[in-house]
Design a protein around this ligand. Structure first.
Ligand code: ZN
Length: 288
C-alpha cells in the first residue's frame, strides 16, 4: 500500500511532466472511481483546465488546476493498488485503467487501480471539503509541527499501543504499516508498548525517527513491496534498505538477534525482540 514516501515519489515524478499541461478532455471508463462530483460534471469541469502544480497532503495527491471558470483541486488517493501514469497517448493501455485525462502535446495521464479502492475527487476553490477525508488528517510528518511535545500531547494518555498511535491518520498524516515498523525499530521501541507508558526520551526518539525514515525512503523513490510504481512506471528502490518490515526470521542489523513478526490489530508487525523491549507498564495505575 502506498504510504507517504510512495505518494511523494509519484508527485515528484509527475510534477515536471504535468506542470503547465492542459487537460483537453477526460474519459471515465469506470465512473465509480470518481467520488465527487457526479462523473459527468467531473469530466466537464476538467476539460480546458491547465495544471499549475502538484502537491501532497498525507497520502493524498493534489493537482492544482486553473481555467477561465476559476481554480480547482483534483484530489487522488491511490489506496492499495492505485496508479497514476503519465504516458504518450500512443502507448498501449494497461488493464484496469479507469480514468484517462487527455492532455495537450499528445500525452495522457492514466489512473488505474486493480482493486478499485482508490478514488478521485474534484473540489472548486472555496468549496468546503466534506468528501475526501483530508479535513480529518493530522500533522504532516515532515513539517516542523511534528515534535516530541506534539506526539506526547496527542498520544501520551492513550492506553493503546504506540504502533496503533503512529497509524492514526488524525494524529500523523501518511504513516502506514511499513514506515510505522521502520520508525519503531529506529527509535528502539516495542510496537506493543502502551502510549501512556512512553517516556520523554522515547517521544523524542520517535519525533526524530519519523522524518528520518520517511526522508530516506523518499530519497530511494519509495518502496515497491507488491506493485507500487512511480508516475513513469518505475519501481521504488527502498526495499533493500528496510530494517524491520518484511525481515521476520532475519538477523537484526543492529544486534544480530532474530527479528520476529506478530499480528497487531490485524497488521503484520516486525521488530527486534532484543533492541525493542517492552518495558514495565507498572505505574499506569498510579498515574491514573
Ligand atoms: Zn536488534
Amino acid at each position: 500500500m502506498p504510504e507517504l514516501p510512495e505518494v511523494e515519489t509519484v508527485r515528484r515524478t509527475l510534477a515536471p511532466l504535468l506542470t503547465g499541461r492542459q487537460i483537453l478532455s477526460v474519459s471515465a471508463l469506470r465512473p465509480e472511481v470518481i467520488h465527487h462530483p457526479l462523473p459527468v460534471d467531473f469530466c466537464a469541469r476538467l476539460a480546458g483546465c491547465r495544471i499549475e502544480g502538484l502537491m501532497r497532503r498525507g497520502k493524498f495527491l493534489l493537482l492544482r488546476l486553473v481555467s477561465a471558470a476559476g481554480g480547482q483541486l483534483l484530489v487522488v488517493h491511490l489506496r492499495m493498488t492505485g496508479r497514476l501514469l503519465c504516458t504518450p497517448a500512443t502507448y498501449p493501455q494497461k488493464p484496469h485503467t479507469h480514468v484517462i485525462f487527455h492532455l495537450d502535446q499528445n500525452m495522457e495521464l492514466r489512473f488505474s487501480d486493480t482493486r478499485r479502492f482508490g478514488g478521485l475527487w474534484l473540489l472548486a476553490d472555496g468549496e468546503t471539503d466534506t468528501c475526501t477525508g483530508m479535513q480529518k488528517l493530522g500533522v504532516e510528518p515532515l513539517s516542523a509541527e511534528l515534535c516530541a511535545g506534539f506526539l506526547q500531547q496527542r498520544l501520551g494518555r492513550r492506553r493503546s499501543t504506540i504502533k496503533s498511535g503512529l497509524l492514526d491518520q488524525s494524529v500523523i498524516a501518511g504513516l502506514g504499516n511499513i514506515y510505522a515498523d521502520e520508525t519503531l525499530y529506529r527509535a528502539q521501541i516495542h510496537p506493543q508498548q502502551p502510549c501512556c507508558t512512553l517516556q520523554e526520551k522515547e517521544w523524542q526518539a520517535l519525533a526524530g525517527a519519523i522524518p528520518e525514515v520517511l526522508q530516506a525512503a523518499i530519497a530511494n523513490n519509495g518502496t515497491t513491496f507488491h506493485d507500487f510504481l512511480d508516475g513513469e512506471g518505475r519501481e521504488g528502490q527502498n526495499m533493500p534498505f528496510l530494517q524491520a518490515y518484511g525481515r521476520a526470521g532475519e538477523p537484526c542489523r543492529r544486534c544480530g538477534a532474530q527479528m520476529v513478526k506478530i499480528r497487531l490489530q490485524g497488521r503484520g508487525t516486525c521488530f527486534c525482540p532484543n533492541c525493542q523491549r517492552l518495558h514495565s507498564v507498572e505505574g499506569i495505575e498510579e498515574e491514573r
